[in-house]
Unconditional design. Structure first.
Length: 208
C-alpha cells in the first residue's frame, strides 16, 4: 500500500474517444451481424439537426445541401471526398429504426444538460420574439374545429416530402404507420380560416 504510484499524467497514450463515452443509446436498433453496414447513428442525428436548425424540410434537399456545403461536412466529420449517405438510407434509418422510440428526446435532453453545464443556457426560460399581424376577421364570426397536434412536426414534414417524391416517380405510397394522434379544439375564423385566435397578457384578443 505504501509503494510509490507511477506517474501517469505525462504518459503518452493512444486511445479512442469512443471508449470514454457512455454506451450508445441507439445501439440496440442496429444489427451487428446481418445486412449491409448501417448508417452511423451520430451522422444520422447530425444530419437531422442540420435540417431542423436550417429549415430544410426535405431529406432529398438536405443531402443535396450537404454535398456542396463545406461547413456542413465539417460538422458531420466528412472530408471533401467522403461519400454522402444516400437519401433512401437516411429515410429508412429514421422511419424504421427509431421512430417508435423516445431516443430522440433522450438525446435532445442530454444536449440541453450539456449546454446548461457549460453555462450556455440556464434551463429555466425560453424566449421567442415574433410579430403578429392583425387579420381582417371579426372575432365574433367563428366555428369550433378539432385539429391534430404533434411534437414531431419536423419528422412529419420529412415524411410528407418522401410521399410527394414517390408520387412524382410513380412509386407506390409507403404503408401508413400507426401513431398516437392528439387533438385540440380551436376557434377557427369563418372569414379568414388561415388566421389563429390569440389570447395574450396586456394584448388585445382576436385573430392574427
Amino acid at each position: 500500500m505504501l509503494k510509490e504510484r507511477p506517474q501517469t499524467q505525462s504518459t503518452l497514450e493512444v486511445i479512442s474517444i469512443n471508449e470514454l463515452v457512455p454506451s450508445d443509446l441507439v445501439k440496440d436498433f442496429y444489427c451487428a451481424d446481418n445486412g449491409r453496414p448501417a448508417l452511423d447513428p451520430t451522422l444520422m442525428f447530425k444530419l437531422l439537426f442540420i435540417g431542423y436548425l436550417f429549415g430544410i424540410r426535405s431529406e432529398l434537399q438536405l443531402i443535396r445541401e450537404v454535398q456542396v456545403n463545406v461547413a456542413y461536412r465539417l460538422f458531420l466529420d466528412l472530408g471533401l471526398t467522403d461519400k454522402i449517405p444516400d437519401v433512401s438510407t437516411l429515410s429508412a434509418n429514421r422511419t424504421r429504426r427509431v421512430k417508435e422510440s423516445d431516443v430522440y428526446q433522450q438525446i435532445f435532453d442530454q444536449i440541453v444538460l450539456q449546454a446548461m453545464k457549460r453555462k450556455l443556457v440556464g434551463g429555466h426560460t425560453f424566449y421567442t420574439d415574433f410579430t403578429h399581424l392583425k387579420a381582417n376577421a371579426n372575432k365574433m364570426h367563428f366555428e369550433k374545429a378539432v385539429v391534430e397536434q404533434t411534437r414531431q412536426a419536423y419528422m412529419d414534414e420529412l415524411d410528407q416530402a418522401i410521399e410527394e417524391d414517390r408520387l412524382a416517380h410513380r412509386k407506390k405510397p409507403l404503408p401508413p404507420e400507426k401513431s398516437k394522434v392528439e387533438t385540440r379544439e380551436i376557434k377557427q375564423s369563418t372569414t379568414d380560416p388561415d388566421s389563429g385566435y390569440m389570447v395574450r397578457d396586456t394584448k388585445p384578443k382576436g385573430y392574427f
